[in-house]
Design a protein around this ligand. Sequence first.
Ligand code: FES
Length: 573
Amino acid sequence: MEKSYYLRSSEWFGKYDKMGFVHRSWLRNQGHPDHMFRGRPVIGICNTWSDLTPCNGHLREFAEIVKRGVYEAGGFPLEFPVMSLGETIMKPTTMLFRNLASMDVEETIRANPLDGIVLLTGCDKTTPSTLMGAASVDLPTIVVPGGPMLNGKFRGKEIGSGTSTWQISEGIKAGTFSREDLIEAESCVSRSAGHCMTMGTASTMASMVEALGLTLPGAAAIPAVDSRKKVLAHLSGNRIVEMVKENMKMSDILTREAFENAIRINSAVGGSTNLIIHMLALAGRIGIKLTLDDFDKLGSDMPLLLNLMPSGKYLMEDFYYAGGLPVIIDRLSEILHKDAITVNGKTIGANCAGAPCYNNDVITTLDKPLKEKAGIAVLKGNMCENGAVIKPSATSGELLKHRGRAVVFENMEDYHARIDDPELDIDENCIMVLKGVGPVGYPGMPEVGNLDLPQKLIRKGITDMVRISDGRMSGTAYGTVVLHVSPESTIGGTLALVENGDIIELNVKERSLILDVPEAVLKKRKEAWKPAPPVAERGYVKMFIQHVEQADQGCDFDFLKGGSGSVVLRDSH
Ligand code: FES
């Protein structure tokens, strides 16, 4: 085969000495013929398939389809497993393991004879973890998002993953939902392979990779079981071989402009607050300067164009049939960096120009947006010196300016023990404050910020209250929920000093979150504050709490920032 490009795999397969023999010979036991080792781009298919990650359960089959595309284009595909993170199963939270999985991805790619990478992703953390790992190696890389499940259908109504869970949970508390209803709803919401079909974190991540230019156009919204998703996988297999020949690396795609596009597009689709943490971490790996304030500056004035749960009423299947993300990108084209290059070698503007919309109720027009302003607001104040976030489009809207009395829960266990106590001194004007659920505190910063309201208030018909914590919230959740308070309470942030009865003032328009307690009182409380003993004395969790950064930095490990490239300095002898 004639070639005029460098293949790093030739450092393994291109030698006709003892080690060349070793590298080829053992792989030959899989039945690969000699010509596979002669100058073909070797494509690693990084598979997050796992029986324990239901949202990625179909990715084994997808890997075979990607392989077809790679073979067809003259490449040599080799699939490898990496740590998979199943959102609904893992305890205490998948976020505790995102960085660990990224290390697996990074080291596996670098240590092996790979020239290009296809990332097979799906469930929430399987996208950022693989992206972060791949970015630190920086080979040509394309993403195949596994796709959402079909729309949930329950007793003739649409039902959305995650979003319905919160509604069911409230229904059980209110006594309007029985155990039988619950069991019936379980299979009605999860009808097919794929990830959550609301605009939760998985759909947000899929939209993010498409907006960043890391997928072929239109990838994000295609349902997992639609045959066109398989076509996308096949074509991605074709394309990655070309990308290797063109030496189009991840860093060529992941520019500051691409990140700015992704922030704006995320606002327009009503994406999850989790995007912030993952994008900050990814930017840190690829060497792009991105700050928490960028998300407010770039995204908070964007119109909400997508009518999807939790901000709207439709689901991802509807989004695909309406035209998918290319329609959103085309409608925003005057605001975006149209010249940002994508994995197919064309600009994002060219890819999406004139994308037809088939349903303007699902994807609204710029002059009739679902909401005038979407996006994420970044709050500052003495309660969150390094920032906190809120997603106004997912709130009731009535509490965005609110002053109330704090009802404090010292940790999740305290919350569970007292929230439904009829004696709990709380009313709908109070502000619920939860401590101890930050990156170090929980540890892993779980999605618990959208606390269920007290049963006695739900029964009164109350549906929203201000809630504040150093944790995260599922992208499928809603409510006036202030998240990612940084610094977190466990390391002595002001959140740690809040006491029952304190007055807190939230003003989203002014971007402020104020603990209205005199400085002198706070100083005294700070002097009396003592950190809790570390939650782990050994193993990975010990490393996690020692090295994880705060939410406003993206929660990566301090020692993982940046990349080490693809060169391996020492040979295996
Ligand atoms: Fe996997 Fe929602 S649980 S995407």
